[in-house]
Design a protein around this ligand. Structure first.
Ligand code: FES
Length: 95
């Protein structure tokens, strides 16, 4: 789905865990990018409809994820860090 431009400079990779699977993400990328690289989406709280990151700038909330055990995070606004654990958001979470 997403590919780096062939002429893009090589970036250092950061290893994160997405739903228990190691994914290598370019340094400086967002947790939403890691989810997209892993091919994962989230499900809406009420109907369970599939959603994927859309705006990638903190507006639409379609990228909600659980990051390092904290639910309801806008994954597009979180920069990956080594060892970060990312999981899909399923259903409602307490606020
Ligand atoms: S993708 Fe829209 S808020 Fe994150």
């Amino acid at each position: 789905m997403f590919r780096r431009r062939p002429d893009a400079p090589a970036a250092a990779a950061v290893a994160v865990t997405v739903e228990g699977r190691e994914v290598r993400v370019p340094a400086g990328a967002s947790a939403a990018a890691a989810m997209l690289l892993a091919g994962l989406t989230r499900e809406t709280a009420v109907r369970g409809t599939t959603r994927a990151p859309y705006c990638l700038m903190g507006v639409c909330f379609d990228c909600l994820a659980e990051i390092d055990g904290v639910p309801n995070r806008q994954s597009c606004m979180v920069t990956v860090a080594p060892g970060m654990r990312i999981a899909r958001q399923r259903g409602k979470r307490a606020v």
